[in-house]
Design a protein around this ligand. Structure first.
Ligand code: SF4
Length: 440
């Protein structure tokens, strides 16, 4: 019998949709986007016709006909179909992937939050035979997840202790993190919010919590920036997301809204014309996309990023440094170059947070510095993310950079260039290192 893994239900994804013809899929949706608001039912059917034209790679087509022979290309390009058909049980996984004994035992042992959840689209990118493939390691559990090592805990960033209202984290003076759902269509095994994502029951985000968060933001006039996260906010249907965005936009002191999401990467068909048409009404709206590996930069994902960028949304990437997945210069450079081509600015490279059971993913901090040093100067500056450690217990992001300062000789600052030569800069003012840390 299939072992059903518990989680919060996807928000409003069970909407019945009539089948659409299996048209040959071609390049990106180029139809101009109307600015007026059509009735919901018309928007959805129009949206479905357009999403049927999203590009589908040859390898994905083969996967579709092999594992979902009853589904059409239009089904595949319907994000609700992707949610309804997520791979969640041992039986579903074993239909697609040859599991190792370790992976199988880890899945059988799982209880509670951070269940297995993989969209059929993302499953099509997984190497069915190679247990060390980067993408596979990020979404298929192994027994190491159950080993908690020194310094790890379930809430390493101290989010719960900086939460004045359930679902709202107020850690920095002028900005807050608003958690609008616990649902993700794919669950990453190293998730910082592993304690809560995919959980049912008391950890689920309630409407009353979101309303209380809105009240808190209204009352705190120092909050000028709201990061909407979760779970994955783009897993909400358009109407719910629009409600969140319009409520925030109606608060006069909220200047800047950001959405953090992996949805364009694990479910690129979620980026529909109706969604981008709605999002562009709430500018300035920025988006941080959670990329992990260059294998994620498929034609479908590049198209999805293009649709967001065409809607005027500045895109940044957030990548977690993961042992055996992306912890080498070649992979990281390939990812960052690919992101620039996809119109996404590499933003942060995170040291993996010490969540319980994450030791098998964590590298030494020096590995991140080594990668940044090997990229800085050797490639485009725009391709270099800021490497940060998110300090345990709510200390915030602390940037860590390679040190290019050699020291002083008289009034000259000695600097090492990216390729190892030493240069002198006339610097007669306050010396580096003598700065007190207090604003002057
Ligand atoms: S998409 Fe983000 S919130 Fe969801 S499981 Fe992955 S890291 Fe966690």
């Amino acid at each position: 019998m299939a072992k059903q893994l518990p989680e919060e239900e996807p928000p409003s994804v069970m909407m019945a949709l009539a089948p659409v013809s299996t048209s040959i899929t071609v390049i990106n949706v180029a139809t101009p986007i109307a600015t007026h608001q059509a009735p919901i039912s018309k928007v959805q059917s129009l949206d479905k016709r357009r999403s049927a034209k999203f590009r589908v790679s040859k390898s994905v087509r083969q996967f579709l006909s092999q594992f979902y022979p009853e589904a059409s290309v239009a089904d595949w390009n319907d994000w609700r179909w992707q949610n309804r058909n997520r791979v969640r049980t041992l039986e579903e996984l074993e239909r697609i992937i040859t599991l190792s004994a370790d992976e199988r035992a880890a899945i059988e042992r799982h209880q509670g939050a951070l269940p297995v959840g993989i969209t059929p689209y993302y499953a099509s990118l997984i190497d069915s035979q190679n247990t060390s493939q980067g993408l596979r390691r990020t979404v298929i559990p192994v027994l190491d997840e159950y080993e908690t090592t020194a310094g790890e805990n379930d809430d390493p960033l101290g989010e719960d202790s900086h939460s004045p209202v359930p679902g709202l984290v107020h850690r920095y003076p002028d900005r807050v993190l608003l958690l609008v759902t616990n649902f993700c269509s794919v669950y990453c095994r190293y998730c910082t919010r592993a304690r809560m994502v995919g959980s049912a029951g008391e950890r689920s985000v309630k409407k009353s919590d979101i309303e209380a968060s809105f009240d808190y933001i209204r009352e705190h006039k120092e909050i000028r920036d709201v990061l909407i996260s979760g779970g994955d906010p783009l897993s909400l249907d358009d109407e719910k997301l629009e409600y969140v965005l319009s409520t925030l936009r109606a608060i006069p002191h909220v200047e800047f809204i950001r959405i953090g999401s992996k949805q364009p990467i694990v479910q690129p068909m979620r980026i529909t014309p109706a969604l981008t048409r709605m999002l562009k009404r709430f500018h300035p709206l920025w988006m941080s996309l959670h990329f992990t590996h260059p294998d994620e930069l498929t034609p479908e994902v590049i198209d999805a990023c293009g649709r967001l960028a065409d809607a005027g949304i500045p895109l940044g990437s957030q990548t977690v440094l993961l042992k055996g997945v992306n912890d080498n210069v070649e992979t990281m450079t390939k990812l960052m170059h690919g992101l620039l081509k996809a119109r996404v600015k590499p933003y942060y490279l995170y040291q993996c947070d010490p969540i319980s059971g994450s030791a098998h993913f964590r590298t030494p901090v020096s590995k991140g510095v080594e990668i940044i040093r090997a990229m800085r100067g050797f490639t485009t500056g725009y391709a270099i993310p800021t490497f940060v450690v998110d300090a345990p217990n709510g200390g915030g992001k602390i940037p860590i950079s390679p040190d290019y300062v050699v020291g002083y000789e008289n009034e000259e600052l000695l600097l090492k260039s990216y390729d190892g030569d030493t240069y002198r800069y006339p610097d007669g003012g306050l010396r580096l290192g003598s700065y007190s840390g207090e604003p002057s």
